[in-house]
Design a protein around this ligand. Structure first.
Ligand SMILES: Nc1ncnc2c1ncn2[C@@H]1O[C@H](COP(=O)(O)OP(=O)(O)OP(=O)(O)O)[C@@H](O)[C@H]1O
Ligand SMILES: [Mg+2]
Length: 253
C-alpha cells in the first residue's frame, strides 16, 4: 500500500508510527519488524472481535512502500480513556470504574485459538539474557505453579488502548499481546503499567479490580514478578530498574 499525503501522525515510537487516514487507522512498523508479529497482531484482533469483544475491525495487513509491514483497522472516532483521565482528573475514579468493568467483561470471554499465556510468558522469561539462570528458573517454577485459566487476556490493557466513542461506547485496540490465560495475570500487567506512571493510580486500580472481580489481591501479586519479566523482555525503554525491582521479589521458597 501507499500512504496518502493527507495522513495525520497520531503516535510515534522507536519501532512504529500510527497514522489517522480519515476513516481508517494504520500502524506502520519499521522494516525490521517480522511479518509474523504483524500477522499475529491482526489475527489476535480478528479472533477477539469474533469472540464478542468490541474492537476496531481489521481492514488489511500490507507492506508499505519504503517502510515495513502495516496493520490497517477501521477508525473508531473518539478519544482514549487516557486522554479523558488526563483532561479531567476529578473524574479519574469514574473512568477507572468503566475501565475495570470493561476488563472484567473481556475476562468472561474465551477463545481457544489465541496463544496460551503460560507459553508466551515462559518464552519471554527464557529470552531474558539479562537475568541469570537461577532467577529465570525461579520465575519458570512460579509460572508453572500458577493455576490454569483460559480467559481472553489483552496483555497490555491500559487506558491508552481504550477508545471512548461520542455515545460513551468503549472499544479496545492494540491486541498484539493477547492470550488465553489467567485474568489475574492480566490485572498484574495492568497494575505494573499504571505503576510505571503513577503509583497511586496503580493502587486504586488494583483495589477496584480485585473488589469487582472478586479476585484475591495475593493472587494478582503472585503474578507480578512474571509479568514484570515479560515486560522487560519487550525492551520498551527506560523502565528496566523499576521492573528489576519486581523481579527481585520472586519468593525463593
Ligand atoms: N482503530 C482505531 N480507531 C481509533 N483510534 C485508534 C485505532 N487504532 C489505534 N488508535 C489510536 O492510536 C493509538 C496507538 O495505537 P495502538 O495502541 O494500536 O499502538 P501503540 O500503543 O503504539 O502500540 P504498542 O502498545 O504495541 O506499542 C491508540 O492509543 C489510539 O489512540
Ligand atoms: Mg496502545
Amino acid at each position: 500500500m501507499q500512504l496518502p499525503d493527507s495522513k495525520q501522525l497520531i503516535v510515534e515510537h522507536s519501532n512504529k508510527k500510527v497514522y489517522d487516514l480519515g476513516t481508517q487507522i494504520v500502524k506502520v512498523f519499521n522494516a525490521d519488524k517480522p511479518a509474523s508479529d504483524v500477522l499475529n497482531e491482526a489475527l489476535n484482533l480478528a479472533r477477539v472481535t469474533e469472540s464478542g469483544v468490541k474492537t476496531p475491525h481489521v481492514v488489511e495487513v500490507s507492506q508499505v512502500e519504503g517502510a515495513g509491514w502495516a496493520l490497517v483497522t477501521e477508525k473508531v472516532p473518539g478519544v482514549t480513556l487516557e486522554q479523558k483521565m488526563e483532561e479531567d482528573p476529578s473524574r479519574f475514579y469514574e473512568y477507572l470504574e468503566q475501565f475495570v468493568d470493561l476488563q472484567i467483561s473481556i475476562h468472561q470471554l474465551h477463545n481457544q485459538l489465541l496463544p496460551r499465556q503460560k507459553d508466551k510468558y515462559g518464552r519471554m522469561i527464557d529470552s531474558l539474557d539479562g537475568l541469570n539462570a537461577t532467577t529465570r528458573y525461579n520465575l519458570q517454577e512460579r509460572l508453572n505453579g500458577m493455576r490454569r485459566h483460559r480467559r481472553i487476556c489483552h496483555g497490555d490493557f491500559n487506558p491508552s488502548n481504550v477508545i471512548v466513542s461520542e455515545d460513551g461506547t468503549l472499544s479496545v485496540c492494540d491486541w498484539a499481546h493477547a492470550t488465553q490465560g489467567s485474568p489475574a495475570a492480566d490485572a498484574a500487567m495492568t497494575y505494573l503499567l499504571f505503576a510505571m506512571k503513577d503509583q497511586q493510580q496503580a493502587e486504586a486500580y488494583l483495589e477496584l479490580y480485585c473488589d469487582r472481580a472478586d479476585e484475591p489481591m495475593q493472587v494478582v501479586r503472585q503474578w507480578m514478578s512474571i509479568v514484570a519479566a515479560s515486560e522487560l523482555a519487550r525492551k520498551r525503554g527506560d523502565q528496566k530498574e523499576f521492573l528489576m525491582r519486581w523481579i527481585d521479589v520472586v519468593d525463593y521458597n
